[in-house]
Ligand binder design. Structure first.
Ligand SMILES: Nc1ncnc2c1ncn2[C@@H]1O[C@H](COP(=O)(O)OP(=O)(O)OP(=O)(O)O)[C@@H](O)[C@H]1O
Ligand SMILES: [Mg+2]
Length: 254
Protein backbone atom coordinates (compact mmCIF):
# COMPACT_ATOMS: atom_id res chain seq x y z
CA UNK A 1 0.00 0.00 0.00
CA UNK A 2 2.68 2.50 1.09
CA UNK A 3 6.42 2.10 0.58
CA UNK A 4 9.04 4.36 2.08
CA UNK A 5 12.52 4.17 0.61
CA UNK A 6 15.41 5.85 2.38
CA UNK A 7 13.33 8.83 3.44
CA UNK A 8 15.32 11.64 5.09
CA UNK A 9 14.15 15.00 6.35
CA UNK A 10 16.41 17.74 7.67
CA UNK A 11 15.36 20.89 9.46
CA UNK A 12 18.02 23.59 9.10
CA UNK A 13 20.71 20.95 8.66
CA UNK A 14 19.54 18.86 11.63
CA UNK A 15 18.27 15.41 10.64
CA UNK A 16 14.75 14.54 11.87
CA UNK A 17 14.61 11.42 9.66
CA UNK A 18 17.60 9.54 8.26
CA UNK A 19 17.23 6.94 5.50
CA UNK A 20 14.00 5.44 6.81
CA UNK A 21 12.79 2.43 4.82
CA UNK A 22 9.67 0.38 5.58
CA UNK A 23 6.33 -0.60 4.08
CA UNK A 24 2.77 -0.34 5.31
CA UNK A 25 1.05 -3.50 4.04
CA UNK A 26 -2.55 -3.36 2.82
CA UNK A 27 -5.20 -4.41 5.34
CA UNK A 28 -2.82 -4.31 8.30
CA UNK A 29 -2.24 -2.02 11.23
CA UNK A 30 1.35 -0.81 11.40
CA UNK A 31 2.42 0.94 14.59
CA UNK A 32 5.15 3.57 14.40
CA UNK A 33 6.72 4.00 17.83
CA UNK A 34 9.77 5.65 19.35
CA UNK A 35 10.80 8.07 22.08
CA UNK A 36 9.83 11.76 21.97
CA UNK A 37 11.50 13.55 19.08
CA UNK A 38 12.20 10.28 17.23
CA UNK A 39 10.63 11.65 14.03
CA UNK A 40 7.20 9.95 14.07
CA UNK A 41 5.10 13.04 13.37
CA UNK A 42 7.65 14.21 10.81
CA UNK A 43 7.17 10.86 9.05
CA UNK A 44 3.38 11.35 8.94
CA UNK A 45 3.89 14.91 7.71
CA UNK A 46 6.12 13.61 4.90
CA UNK A 47 3.52 10.97 3.98
CA UNK A 48 0.76 13.58 3.75
CA UNK A 49 2.57 16.34 1.84
CA UNK A 50 2.91 18.70 4.81
CA UNK A 51 6.69 18.35 4.40
CA UNK A 52 8.61 17.28 1.33
CA UNK A 53 11.37 14.81 2.29
CA UNK A 54 14.93 16.11 1.81
CA UNK A 55 15.63 12.84 -0.03
CA UNK A 56 14.10 9.42 -0.60
CA UNK A 57 10.88 8.15 -2.12
CA UNK A 58 7.36 7.54 -0.86
CA UNK A 59 5.20 5.32 -3.04
CA UNK A 60 1.45 4.99 -2.48
CA UNK A 61 -0.28 2.36 -4.58
CA UNK A 62 2.55 2.40 -7.13
CA UNK A 63 2.61 6.21 -7.42
CA UNK A 64 5.37 8.48 -6.20
CA UNK A 65 3.84 10.98 -3.78
CA UNK A 66 6.81 12.55 -1.96
CA UNK A 67 6.64 15.77 -3.99
CA UNK A 68 2.85 16.08 -4.21
CA UNK A 69 0.94 18.78 -2.30
CA UNK A 70 -1.21 17.73 0.66
CA UNK A 71 -4.56 18.20 -1.10
CA UNK A 72 -3.58 15.81 -3.90
CA UNK A 73 -2.42 13.15 -1.44
CA UNK A 74 -5.68 13.54 0.49
CA UNK A 75 -7.65 13.08 -2.75
CA UNK A 76 -5.73 9.89 -3.45
CA UNK A 77 -7.20 8.42 -0.26
CA UNK A 78 -4.79 9.08 2.60
CA UNK A 79 -6.45 10.62 5.66
CA UNK A 80 -4.95 11.53 9.00
CA UNK A 81 -5.42 12.88 12.49
CA UNK A 82 -3.10 15.42 14.08
CA UNK A 83 -1.10 15.11 17.29
CA UNK A 84 -2.09 18.70 18.08
CA UNK A 85 -5.79 18.82 17.31
CA UNK A 86 -6.86 20.59 14.14
CA UNK A 87 -10.60 21.00 14.27
CA UNK A 88 -12.74 23.95 13.18
CA UNK A 89 -13.99 25.30 16.54
CA UNK A 90 -16.84 27.41 15.14
CA UNK A 91 -18.28 24.67 12.93
CA UNK A 92 -20.54 22.08 14.47
CA UNK A 93 -19.27 18.60 15.26
CA UNK A 94 -21.25 17.30 12.25
CA UNK A 95 -19.81 19.95 9.91
CA UNK A 96 -16.29 19.09 11.08
CA UNK A 97 -16.87 15.46 10.15
CA UNK A 98 -18.45 16.45 6.81
CA UNK A 99 -15.17 18.15 5.86
CA UNK A 100 -13.68 14.64 5.80
CA UNK A 101 -16.00 13.84 2.90
CA UNK A 102 -14.82 16.59 0.56
CA UNK A 103 -12.51 15.47 -2.20
CA UNK A 104 -9.97 18.17 -1.41
CA UNK A 105 -10.13 18.07 2.38
CA UNK A 106 -11.42 21.65 2.51
CA UNK A 107 -14.80 22.67 3.80
CA UNK A 108 -15.95 25.74 1.89
CA UNK A 109 -17.02 23.97 -1.30
CA UNK A 110 -19.01 21.35 0.54
CA UNK A 111 -20.77 23.83 2.80
CA UNK A 112 -21.72 26.01 -0.17
CA UNK A 113 -22.97 22.95 -1.96
CA UNK A 114 -25.08 21.84 0.96
CA UNK A 115 -27.24 24.96 0.66
CA UNK A 116 -28.36 24.24 -2.94
CA UNK A 117 -31.88 22.73 -2.95
CA UNK A 118 -31.11 20.50 -5.93
CA UNK A 119 -28.52 18.75 -3.86
CA UNK A 120 -30.73 17.96 -0.87
CA UNK A 121 -30.63 14.23 -1.51
CA UNK A 122 -26.83 14.26 -1.68
CA UNK A 123 -26.79 16.37 1.47
CA UNK A 124 -28.88 13.79 3.31
CA UNK A 125 -26.59 10.99 2.19
CA UNK A 126 -23.46 12.84 3.31
CA UNK A 127 -25.01 13.75 6.66
CA UNK A 128 -26.08 10.17 7.20
CA UNK A 129 -22.53 8.95 6.60
CA UNK A 130 -21.17 11.60 8.96
CA UNK A 131 -23.71 10.60 11.62
CA UNK A 132 -22.69 6.94 11.32
CA UNK A 133 -19.04 7.98 11.84
CA UNK A 134 -20.01 10.12 14.83
CA UNK A 135 -22.04 7.32 16.32
CA UNK A 136 -19.03 4.99 16.01
CA UNK A 137 -17.12 7.37 18.26
CA UNK A 138 -20.03 8.00 20.62
CA UNK A 139 -20.58 11.58 19.50
CA UNK A 140 -23.93 11.45 17.70
CA UNK A 141 -25.70 13.29 20.51
CA UNK A 142 -23.30 16.20 20.19
CA UNK A 143 -23.58 16.49 16.38
CA UNK A 144 -24.97 20.02 16.49
CA UNK A 145 -22.68 21.39 19.18
CA UNK A 146 -19.99 23.87 18.13
CA UNK A 147 -16.85 21.73 18.11
CA UNK A 148 -14.91 24.38 20.04
CA UNK A 149 -16.84 23.78 23.27
CA UNK A 150 -16.19 20.03 23.40
CA UNK A 151 -13.95 18.45 26.03
CA UNK A 152 -10.49 17.38 24.85
CA UNK A 153 -11.36 13.68 24.59
CA UNK A 154 -14.40 14.47 22.45
CA UNK A 155 -12.33 16.68 20.13
CA UNK A 156 -9.85 13.82 19.63
CA UNK A 157 -12.75 11.58 18.65
CA UNK A 158 -14.14 14.21 16.23
CA UNK A 159 -10.79 13.97 14.42
CA UNK A 160 -11.06 10.19 14.33
CA UNK A 161 -14.59 10.39 12.91
CA UNK A 162 -13.41 12.90 10.29
CA UNK A 163 -10.40 10.77 9.34
CA UNK A 164 -12.48 7.62 8.88
CA UNK A 165 -15.77 8.94 7.44
CA UNK A 166 -14.61 8.97 3.81
CA UNK A 167 -13.58 5.31 3.79
CA UNK A 168 -9.96 6.23 2.98
CA UNK A 169 -7.41 3.79 1.57
CA UNK A 170 -4.93 4.59 4.31
CA UNK A 171 -5.55 6.13 7.75
CA UNK A 172 -2.64 7.77 9.58
CA UNK A 173 -3.26 8.32 13.29
CA UNK A 174 -0.88 10.52 15.28
CA UNK A 175 -1.34 9.63 18.96
CA UNK A 176 -5.14 9.20 18.87
CA UNK A 177 -5.47 8.25 22.55
CA UNK A 178 -2.95 10.69 24.05
CA UNK A 179 -4.64 12.58 26.87
CA UNK A 180 -7.71 10.32 26.94
CA UNK A 181 -8.81 8.63 30.15
CA UNK A 182 -8.78 4.83 30.51
CA UNK A 183 -12.43 4.45 29.52
CA UNK A 184 -12.07 6.65 26.43
CA UNK A 185 -8.83 4.86 25.47
CA UNK A 186 -10.56 1.48 25.65
CA UNK A 187 -13.47 2.73 23.51
CA UNK A 188 -11.15 4.16 20.85
CA UNK A 189 -9.04 0.98 20.95
CA UNK A 190 -12.16 -1.04 20.27
CA UNK A 191 -13.04 1.11 17.25
CA UNK A 192 -9.50 0.75 15.90
CA UNK A 193 -9.89 -3.02 16.29
CA UNK A 194 -13.14 -2.91 14.34
CA UNK A 195 -11.62 -0.77 11.57
CA UNK A 196 -8.75 -3.22 11.32
CA UNK A 197 -11.10 -6.21 11.22
CA UNK A 198 -13.02 -4.45 8.44
CA UNK A 199 -9.80 -4.48 6.38
CA UNK A 200 -8.71 -0.85 6.74
CA UNK A 201 -5.02 -0.09 6.36
CA UNK A 202 -3.70 2.03 9.21
CA UNK A 203 -0.51 3.55 10.54
CA UNK A 204 -0.71 4.25 14.26
CA UNK A 205 1.72 6.50 16.09
CA UNK A 206 1.20 5.89 19.77
CA UNK A 207 3.01 5.95 23.11
CA UNK A 208 0.41 3.68 24.76
CA UNK A 209 2.40 0.44 24.49
CA UNK A 210 -0.40 -1.76 25.81
CA UNK A 211 -2.60 -0.60 22.93
CA UNK A 212 0.21 -0.91 20.38
CA UNK A 213 1.17 -4.41 21.45
CA UNK A 214 -2.43 -5.57 21.44
CA UNK A 215 -3.53 -4.13 18.13
CA UNK A 216 -0.52 -3.90 15.77
CA UNK A 217 0.33 -6.46 13.08
CA UNK A 218 3.72 -4.84 12.53
CA UNK A 219 5.74 -2.41 14.64
CA UNK A 220 8.30 0.02 13.22
CA UNK A 221 10.60 1.66 15.77
CA UNK A 222 12.26 5.02 15.19
CA UNK A 223 14.96 6.48 17.39
CA UNK A 224 16.62 9.84 16.64
CA UNK A 225 15.28 9.72 13.09
CA UNK A 226 16.58 6.23 12.33
CA UNK A 227 14.59 3.05 11.93
CA UNK A 228 16.10 0.72 14.56
CA UNK A 229 13.67 -2.22 14.39
CA UNK A 230 10.79 -3.66 12.37
CA UNK A 231 8.84 -6.75 13.38
CA UNK A 232 5.83 -8.21 15.11
CA UNK A 233 4.96 -6.77 18.54
CA UNK A 234 6.63 -9.77 20.23
CA UNK A 235 9.81 -9.46 18.17
CA UNK A 236 10.11 -5.74 18.81
CA UNK A 237 9.38 -6.05 22.54
CA UNK A 238 12.46 -8.24 23.02
CA UNK A 239 14.76 -6.32 20.67
CA UNK A 240 17.77 -5.01 22.66
CA UNK A 241 18.06 -1.87 20.51
CA UNK A 242 14.45 -1.00 21.29
CA UNK A 243 14.90 -1.62 25.01
CA UNK A 244 17.98 0.57 24.97
CA UNK A 245 16.18 3.39 23.13
CA UNK A 246 13.39 3.41 25.70
CA UNK A 247 15.60 2.86 28.75
CA UNK A 248 17.91 5.61 27.54
CA UNK A 249 14.93 7.89 27.45
CA UNK A 250 13.87 6.92 30.96
CA UNK A 251 17.39 7.61 32.22
CA UNK A 252 17.38 10.98 30.50
CA UNK A 253 14.07 12.01 32.09
CA UNK A 254 14.74 10.52 35.53
N1 LIG B 1 8.75 22.15 11.68
C1 LIG B 1 9.90 21.80 12.30
N2 LIG B 1 10.97 22.63 12.29
C2 LIG B 1 12.12 22.28 12.89
N3 LIG B 1 12.34 21.12 13.55
C3 LIG B 1 11.30 20.27 13.61
C4 LIG B 1 10.03 20.56 12.99
N4 LIG B 1 9.20 19.50 13.20
C5 LIG B 1 9.92 18.61 13.92
N5 LIG B 1 11.16 19.07 14.16
C6 LIG B 1 12.23 18.34 14.89
O1 LIG B 1 12.31 17.05 14.33
C7 LIG B 1 12.54 16.08 15.35
C8 LIG B 1 11.46 15.03 15.29
O2 LIG B 1 10.24 15.61 15.72
P1 LIG B 1 8.85 14.86 15.65
O3 LIG B 1 7.80 15.85 16.04
O4 LIG B 1 8.70 14.22 14.33
O5 LIG B 1 9.02 13.75 16.76
P2 LIG B 1 7.97 12.70 17.33
O6 LIG B 1 8.58 11.37 17.22
O7 LIG B 1 6.64 12.92 16.70
O8 LIG B 1 7.93 13.11 18.89
P3 LIG B 1 6.71 13.10 19.94
O9 LIG B 1 6.60 11.71 20.45
O10 LIG B 1 7.18 14.04 21.00
O11 LIG B 1 5.50 13.58 19.24
C9 LIG B 1 12.61 16.84 16.66
O12 LIG B 1 13.95 17.08 16.96
C10 LIG B 1 11.88 18.13 16.36
O13 LIG B 1 12.36 19.18 17.15
MG1 LIG C 1 4.83 13.47 17.37
Amino acid sequence: MLKLKQVSKNFGGLPALSDVTFTVPKGQLTALIGPNGAGKSTMINCMTGVFEPSSGQIEFQQQQIESLPAYKISRMGISRTFQNLKIFPRLTVLENVLTGLTSDGGDSMLLAMLRLPSLRHRERQLKLRAMVALDRFDLAEKANWPAGILAYGDKKRVELARATVGNPQLILLDEPVAGLNAEETAAVGEQLHLLRSAGHTMLLVEHDMALVMEIADQVVVLDSGKCIAIGTPDEVRCNPLVLEAYLGRMDATA
